[in-house]
Design a protein around this ligand. Structure first.
Ligand SMILES: NC(=O)c1ccc[n+]([C@@H]2O[C@H](COP(=O)([O-])OP(=O)(O)OC[C@H]3O[C@@H](n4cnc5c(N)ncnc54)[C@H](OP(=O)(O)O)[C@@H]3O)[C@@H](O)[C@H]2O)c1
Length: 267
């Protein structure tokens, strides 16, 4: 009899997901098993989460819900190993670049598979995750999966043809925002603020602004208008951003990442 949840791979992404699921009480530690490659990771995961850890992927694949959280290069080998173990459990892959077609080819046409793309803020419990699937997966399985992803951030079901857009707007965009935070902090340092304080002021301003968009549901333009008083400081800064092509640069960055994702999957 398998456990309720199995993780194959518990590195950066797998551990962040584990932490969210256990932290939200969606499963008890004794209901979760992870399989990893090294003894070092096994010890760390056992100590940190108190779950059973194995090196036998088939054992983890006996669980009712199986997360595939190994690197894309490791996934084909793992799928070969567990293919015979897979029955009607729910398989959730986080591997970038593996679409449902490839996952079905690797795991069987009748497997219940969800393809997901979380992002690295999962490590801070603030991921944006996209999940897509096909008609092999029923509504209850979809709801269960979304709830699991919501334990470490936000999650939405999307059509699979949006996964390249997802790669740009949430998969890659944390790097773009880190660059913006770094640039804002550089400017504050140039204005005399100590470096450590500059990162806090810049990062908290990004966090707060994002929260305003999500919490109020207001159009970002309306929120911008609300902080730009006539002849004030902020509108001068906005004009500078427009002059320097900020919007075009960001549109270009997100679309370039989406295009690269399409190219990498051979589309
Ligand atoms: N990090 C991201 O930003 C991000 C975002 C979205 C999606 N993803 C996806 O998440 C997946 C994992 O990425 P990651 O950054 O978490 O990688 P990672 O930190 O390298 O973790 C990979 C895990 O897989 C284990 N592993 C490797 N080969 C294995 C095998 N043959 N059988 C069982 N376990 C094995 C590793 O064990 P050891 O530690 O013992 O080697 C490790 O625990 C990738 O497919 C990636 O595309 C990552």
């Amino acid at each position: 009899m398998g456990k309720r949840i199995g993780f194959i791979g518990a590195g950066n992404m797998g551990s962040a997901m584990l932490a969210g699921i256990l932290g939200a009480g969606l499963a008890r530690a004794d209901e979760v098993i992870a399989s990893v490659r090294s003894e070092e990771t096994a010890g760390r995961i056992r100590d940190k989460y108190g779950i059973e850890v194995t090196h036998d992927n088939r054992r983890a694949a006996e669980a009712s819900i199986v997360f595939l959280a190994v690197k894309p290069a490791q996934l084909p080998g793992v799928c070969d190993e567990i293919r015979e173990t897979i029955g009607d459990q729910l398989i959730i892959s986080v591997a970038a670049g593996f679409d449902l077609k490839k996952l079905h080819a690797a795991l069987g046409q009748d497997a219940h598979i969800i393809r997901s793309m979380p992002n690295t803020p999962a490590m801070a419990g603030e991921a944006m995750s996209a999940l897509c699937t096909d008609d092999k997966v029923n509504d209850q399985e979809k709801t269960t999966a979304v709830r699991m992803f919501e334990s470490f951030g936000r999650a939405e079901l999307v059509a699979e043809d949006l996964m390249d857009a997802v790669t740009g707007v949430s998969g890659s965009s944390p790097a773009f925002i880190y660059m913006i935070i770094e640039a804002m902090a550089d400017a504050a340092v140039a204005e005399g603020m100590p470096r450590r304080q500059a990162y806090v002021f810049a990062a908290q301003s990004v966090l707060g602004s994002a929260k305003m968009v999500l919490d109020t549901g207001k159009h970002p333009g309306e929120l911008k208008d609300a902080v730009t008083s006539p002849a004030g400081t902020t509108i001068e800064g906005c004009a500078a951003l427009e002059r320097d092509g900020m919007r075009a640069a960001m549109i270009d960055a997100v679309r370039t990442a989406a295009r690269k994702s399409r190219e990498m999957s051979g589309k």
